[in-house]
Ligand binder design. Sequence first.
Ligand code: FAD
Length: 480
Amino acid sequence: MNNKGTSLLWFRADLRTVDNTALRHACLSGRPVIALYVATPMQWHQHDVAPIQVDFIQRRLLVLQQQLRELNIPLLIFEVGDYRSIPELITKLVQQYQISHVFCNKQDEWNEQQRDHDVGLALANMQVEFSIVDDSCAIAPGRVKTKQGEPFKVFTPFRREWLNVYHSLLPEAQPAPQAVVVHPVTASLLDQDDRSTPFTYPKKDSVLWPVEEDAIRQRLEAFCSEKVQLYHQHRDFPAIDGTSCLSPYLAIGALSARQCISMLRSSFPLCLEPSDQGAFCWLNELIWREFYRHLTEAYGKLSRNQPFHAWTSKIRWRDADEDLKCWQQGQTGFPIVDAAMRQLLATGWMHNRLRMIVASFLTKDLLIDWRAGEQWFMSHLIDGDFASNNGGWQWAASTGTDAQPYFRVFNPTLQGQRFDPTGDFIRIWIKELKDVPNKYIHTPHLWDGANTLDYPRPIVDHKLARLLAIESFKQAKALA
Ligand code: FAD
């Protein structure tokens, strides 16, 4: 390895110093290290990003800047108008700071890979080394394959093989690296006050989500020691605080999947066995995250707005702007759907069971294209993550691999009755329904006092909508 010059560590969705593979490699190079983060507000990662996530990222970057400073690494933060100008920005930095090697963690999305390809070409022209390493999953995308060497398309066999690979590697989270050598170039950058450009992109306050290292670690520790044992019983009930709420940290890489699993294993050494119900159930969800990342890496079409199953592109989705608006604003007349959508608007967060219910409602009851929902989620969620979001939407819309079969349509009223039986969650978000008796909380239009409520009647008849959706899917399949 060439020991001259400086190493550049390019942060993307991996905003941490602990257990960061590319950072570790950069620090081992023996050269001084400069770190970089580039925000692209026009097309942030070329997918929508929620203003609350922008704020969250910006707050986390300030913590990261401080942590890196302790490692003698200055963090430069830029905002560029268009991601296509990133190669130009990096080549300028290469010249300015005598950079001889650029390191980064791999991103699995197709667009991000194209961007890295362009950066790689520009760096090769300047004889600068470019190392992209795996870090986004506990088991790198592409490592879990069928016996024929193909990507898995079904979750259960994927999980079986993932567990085999995991057992053979037992990847452990790594501590933050040692401080690196200081060079006049990095020393002058470290001496300067904060050089970061404040993002001009719209922001929404994310202060309810702490970004400091200790707070994140405590959240993980508390979940693994206090809640995970009952996770399998509590995880489907939105009125219960039964899940980890760690997805925002995993989405921006303030926390790694390896850190989560290492912590889980230290509390529950048998968590890799299904018999350890709560712990295995939580691990199972982390493996879903890995599954969707493996799929994103293997099938570029997923990042390019296409369904996994080509025949589903023949579905004639309804062009129904008014209905879409009712769904977005929580005005459908289905309380569990509306409460969830209002929570998303107000907080940037939604419980997994509710994501499944509202996604099914949009794509089946309203027969509106899943891409409208996918985009709405990405532009509002604090944990917006392309692979998990696309996977979740394609699952609910029955267009994805190993998705919900199209003829199995969630009944939003029954889902509400089952997972929010006394309407505790609904009453938090729909104040208009606070006095409705429990018996009618999921069907307020049937209550005697319905006329006094400032709340819409159901915008669709679920039974008819279900039949229409099944028919539309059948017709699309027949055309294929
Ligand atoms: P926990 O229940 O504590 O699970 C632990 C971790 O496992 C999560 O933090 C998450 O990283 C992962 N995980 C859990 N469930 C899933 C799942 N079904 N698929 C993939 N990973 C999972 N998750 C996102 O992180 N970002 C998204 O943009 C996103 N969009 C979704 C859209 C739809 C339509 C659906 C159905 C699901 C979506 N999910 C998304 C998955 C899931 O809803 C969230 O990860 C989960 O609600 C986060 O809460 P938690 O951290 O308390 O999860």
